[in-house]
Each structure stands twice: as structure tokens, then as C-alpha cells.
Design a protein around this ligand. Structure first.
Ligand SMILES: [Mn+2]
Length: 328
């Protein structure tokens, strides 16, 4: 979920949402307390230094483990010196960064992307004890429900199968419960069909969605060993392979899974080590340019998803973006 932070009362809302999610995940009281402290600190920082921003609170399940993720996003002046802000005892009045060092110590994964005049994104992940993972990817996602709806009509899933990593993003047509029904059916169809070529997954989803409103579907398969990505898309899921200074767009055919007879074809792309595959629904404009964000593509994928959501969300639709980096 994405919450606005534009007023002091929002800090308590952010803290409540974060602790509620953590409570639903079997975190200890002590861990929930840490999450509350960091949520409060990061939300307060937004108000203090940028006046307003947004706060994403979600679950994660990847090589970082399993747990709760906090992502603070603003378009304020940014942090002049990230390293300095994280240093102990850095609390000069009026400067940013008081509390960031503490937030880093209290979280299991922490990161900041800041660009002067463009704003800051701060990531804090809290891994559940015993929820270690042997997954060989890190995935960061932000999912935003269409204003006025209580359920998101987009859905996504990342899974490691047979030595490759599959990333599926689905945008159910329209928004609300019927969009969500189509998206969820696409996810469950994919989950129940093992070991198929990419295009066959999309074909099966297309058939399974016939009784629904239909959906846009994008499925990327990262084969790390051979340095390749396969992508098959029907409808408006945008994709790119992002490496330093460059984003290579992935090709989708027009149409809608579940309706008519869309072209279902797989394209191949190179996947350099460390590259990030980004897929998103049309709730985000596809006109982002990674070159505008020096250093971002090497950062934690959650920061990439967060910064692009902050700057390119359209706002009248569900919006979902997932950035995924294969490891090793
Ligand atoms: Mn949409």
C-alpha cells in the first residue's frame, strides 16, 4: 500500500499500518517496536525535509529473506551527503539525516537513493527471524490501488523455477473487484502450470481469462547462466532491461489476454550481470529514462521501483511496478 505523508497526523497512520502488517506476519513484539520506530522516523523525515511525500508499506520475499518493507519517497531537496547522514552523531539542527543512522541499524536491509533537487527514497526492510531464503533474486515492488477502490486490479509474482527466474505482472482490465479477479486468475494459472515455455504460459493465461474481463500480461524469464531474458507480453505491460546508463525496452503485442486472438510471441534480450528487469502496468507512464537517475540502476530494486512510482505514476488507475535483479 502507498500512503500519503503530507500532514503530521499521517505519521501515526504510517506507523499503525506498518505495525499492523508486521503483527500479521508473526514478528516479535521487539521487532514490531523496531519497525514502529523506523516508520515514525522516516515519515517524520519526509515532513521535516520535504514537507510531503509518500510511504509504501509491503511484504517482501526474496534473497533478503521474508518480512516487511518500508519505503519513504519524497521530492524534496534530497540528501547532500548520504554517508554523512548515516554517521553517528550527525544531528546538526535543520539538516537531514537525524535518525537515518539509527534506522539503518534497526533494519535488516537498508538503502538510500538521493538526487539533489529530485528528492530522496529511503528503504528499510525487516526480515522475520527464521525466514531466511535461498532465492537467487532480489525483487522490489510498489503496488498502488486506484483511488476510490479497496482492491488492486494489478497483480505480480516472481518465482525461481528450473534454474530460471520468472517475473509475471498482470493488469486486470479496468479497476476494482473484476479487474482483480482477472489478475488473480492469471497468477493462479501461472502458479499451477510448471515448467512451460514463456509463450505457453501466456497462452494458458489467455485461455483461462476468457470468462473474465481480460488483462494485460507480461512474463519475463531471466536465465542468468546464459545471460538472456525472454519476454512475452500481451497488452499494456511495459518492460525494460536496465543496466548502467541504458534501458532496453521489451516488446509486447497489442491486445488483451482472455479476449480475441492476440499475438503471443516471445522475444529474447541480453541480460548483463547485475542488470535489473523492470515490468510495470500502465498506471505508470512508460516515458521514464533511467539515464536521468545516475547510479539508480545499481541500487536495491525496491529503490528503483519506488523512485519510478514517485515520479511516473499517473494516478487514475491501479499502478504496479516490479524491479528484479538476479544474483550470481
Ligand atoms: Mn491499468
Amino acid at each position: 500500500m502507498l500512503l500519503p505523508v503530507d500532514d503530521p497526523s499521517r505519521v501515526a497512520e504510517v506507523r499503525r499500518a506498518a505495525t499492523q502488517l508486521a503483527s500479521s506476519q508473526d514478528f516479535s513484539e521487539e521487532a514490531i517496536g523496531r519497525i514502529a520506530i523506523v516508520a515514525t522516523e522516516l515519515a517524520t523525515n519526509i515532513l521535516k525535509h520535504a514537507k510531503k511525500g509518500e510511504f509504501s508499506i509491503d511484504l517482501f520475499d526474496d534473497a533478503d529473506g521474508r518480512g516487511v518493507e518500508l519505503l519513504a519517497l519524497d521530492r524534496g531537496p534530497g540528501l547532500a551527503d548520504v554517508a554523512k547522514c548515516l554517521g553517528d552523531g550527525y544531528s546538526t539542527f535543520g539538516s537531514r539525516g537525524g535518525g537515518l543512522g539509527a534506522a539503518q541499524r534497526l533494519s535488516s536491509t537498508f538503502g538510500i537513493y538521493s538526487k539533489p533537487s529530485k528528492g530522496a527514497a529511503v528503504l528499510a526492510r525487516f526480515r522475520r527471524n527464521g525466514a531466511a531464503s535461498n532465492t537467487r533474486f532480489v525483487a522490489g515492488a510498489v503496488a498502488v490501488t486506484c483511488p476510490g477502490e479497496s482492491i488492486c486490479g494489478d497483480a505480480w509474482l516472481a518465482a525461481e523455477r528450473g534454474g530460471a527466474i520468472d517475473l509475471l505482472v498482470v493488469d486486470g482490465t479496468g479497476h476494482g473487484p473484476f479487474a482483480s479477479e482477472a489478475a488473480q486468475r492469471a497468477i493462479s494459472t501461472f502458479s499451477s502450470s510448471k515448467d512451460l515455455p514463456v509463450a505457453q504460459h501466456v497462452e494458458r493465461i489467455h485461455q483461462a481469462l476468457r470468462p473474465t474481463r481480460g488483462a494485460a500480461v507480461g512474463l519475463a524469464r531471466l536465465a542468468v547462466a546464459s545471460g538472456q531474458v525472454e519476454f512475452c507480453g500481451v497488452g499494456n505491460i511495459s518492460g525494460a532491461v536496465v543496466s548502467p546508463g541504458e534501458a532496453r525496452s521489451l516488446v509486447s503485442y497489442n491486445g488483451m489476454a482472455g479476449h480475441g486472438t492476440p499475438q503471443i510471441r516471445t522475444f529474447q534480450y541480453g541480460l548483463a550481470r547485475g542488470s535489473v528487469v523492470v515490468l510495470h502496468s500502465d498506471g505508470l507512464s512508460a516515458r521514464w529514462d533511467i539515464a536521468q537517475y545516475p547510479g539508480l540502476c545499481g541500487m536495491h530494486p525496491a529503490l528503483i521501483a519506488g523512485v519510478l512510482t514517485r515520479d511516473y505514476r499517473r494516478g487514475r488507475d491501479d499502478a504496479t511496478i516490479v524491479a528484479l535483479r538476479a544474483l550470481g
